[in-house]
Design a protein around this ligand. Sequence first.
Ligand SMILES: NC(=O)N[C@@H](O)C(=O)O
Length: 175
Amino acid sequence: MSTDRLLKLEPLSQTAFAPYGWFLGKPYPTAAGAVAFSDVATDFWQEHIFDPGSAGEVEVLWVNYRNNDKTIGTLERHLLTDQAVVPLVGAITQIVARPAADGSPDLDSLRAFRVEPGSGVCMRANVWHATRSEASTCLMLTRHSTTVDLIAGLNGTHALMESALHSVTGVELFG
Ligand SMILES: NC(=O)N[C@@H](O)C(=O)O
């Protein structure tokens, strides 16, 4: 199989990830009016208002990743909800692509970001993605009905309705 697209691992930043969603783990905001608090004991600040889609229930998932294959054969998207993934133990490589006008992956927008523990990403609905990791445990925010639908789809119980899978060829990670 020929490799048409070699994806170099890129460092994660708010600007670099903006076309796909939001970088999580930004510095404490100093702008006037920021939704933030700091005292001797704690700092907390708003990173993102998560959108699970209309009538969606926000769900917290605990996710282990252990596929480190450099070949990317399948991308996945969720049609209704944002999806956040924050590595807790072990880093991940998040491969992302914007949807084209027809909803399929815009392969010219394919990029691969290294996400280290202590930072994360929140992808907009319909952003195509795949995840690679030697071994990681992550916190994930998603939509409950999307999880139920995804489990049924991956188990072959019924056709996916809230997510879609798309096969790609010639996409390899390097670096
Ligand atoms: N649980 C779940 O939705 N997983 C996938 O979307 C994934 O990207 O891992």
